[in-house]
Ligand binder design. Structure first.
Ligand SMILES: Nc1ncnc2c1ncn2[C@@H]1O[C@H](COP(=O)(O)OP(=O)(O)O)[C@@H](O)[C@H]1O
Ligand SMILES: Cc1ncsc1CCOP(=O)(O)O
Length: 261
């Protein structure tokens, strides 16, 4: 979905995300032109997901109570054919998180699995490269492609791995990217917000291009914000990112596509 369409449709993204980024996720989705709702109660999921464009499941502050709520929402989302974006925050840091995510992938149809290199590498059994929620290394481009391919083969869903270099790997094709700004690494939740934006822009009929559009939208807004605040003002960047998500246009996002053509 491009930005003009998104701002007309105002897609509803139902979010069960972590307590660190709940507020910022809602604000970034609103700035973009989407409609967030944070909803956990099992007994409202059927009504809530009825009109949802996507369900975002982010395990960043997981506990058994939240896990029960997440399972319920994912089951309903699959029944209603609402795409699930799964962010396995901290997978690999603890076996609780790793096992939880593997079990979710086993039980439900996931549209997009999006994580940093350490998270996705841990899920495919390739490494234990996580310290808390941070990937301990980004891997070479070859590593990135190999891990994304393995994840795609094992989990049969669209894979996004983020870091200094990103990859989108779908059954149609894969590409790697180095756009964005290092200021994303200076705020908590940069990856979590991206997951929500993928949810808002995701189109099951055109998985690869819609995920790429979401990534490029986020990166364009981030690069625009960096230009205004400069690299030594990570605090100002967080505010400016919201402004730039509000203003970013299809024409600007297309520039990133053209740069890569
Ligand atoms: N060094 C970097 N330079 C430019 N963009 C980056 C860099 N590191 C991460 N990003 C971007 O920041 C966003 C979050 O990625 P990442 O930091 O890997 O996620 P997480 O917060 O889940 O660990 C992605 O859009 C990614 O492309
Ligand atoms: C700091 C922290 N602790 C638990 S969730 C969270 C936020 C992680 O955000 P991201 O995965 O985007 O870095």
């Amino acid at each position: 979905m491009n930005l003009n369409t998104l701002r007309q449709v105002n897609p509803l993204v139902v979010c069960q995300t972590n307590s660190v980024v709940t507020h910022m996720t809602a604000n970034h989705l609103i700035a973009l032109g989407a409609s967030p709702v944070m909803s956990e109660a099992p007994n409202e999921q059927h009504e809530m997901l009825q009109y949802a464009h996507a369900l975002l499941i982010n395990i960043g502050t997981l506990n058994d109570q939240k896990l029960e709520y997440m399972h319920h929402a994912m089951k309903v989302a699959n029944e209603l054919e609402v795409p699930i974006i799964l962010d396995p925050v901290g997978a690999g840091a603890t076996s609780y998180r790793t096992k939880t995510v593997l079990n979710m992938i086993d039980k439900y149809k996931i549209a997009v699995l999006k994580g940093n290199f350490g998270e996705i590498a841990s899920l495919v059994g390739a490494s234990e490269a996580m310290k808390g929620v941070d990937s301990q290394f980004d891997g070479s481009e070859d590593d990135l492609i190999a891990i994304a391919k393995k994840a795609h083969d094992m989990f049969s869903c669209n894979i996004v791995i983020t870091g200094e270099r990103d990859i989108i790997y779908t059954s149609d094709k894969y590409e790697t990217y180095t756009s964005g700004t290092v200021l994303f690494t200076k705020m908590t939740g940069a990856g979590c917000v991206l997951g929500s934006i993928i949810g808002a822009m995701y189109s099951p009929m055109d998985s690869f291009e819609s995920i790429k559009y979401a990534l490029f939208t986020y990166h364009t807004a981030g690069m625009n914000a960096e230009e205004i605040v400069t690299l030594d003002r990570p605090g100002a960047f967080q505010v400016e990112l919201l402004n730039q998500l509000h203003h970013v246009s299809d024409e600007e996002v297309r520039v990133l596509f053209d740069d890569r053509a």
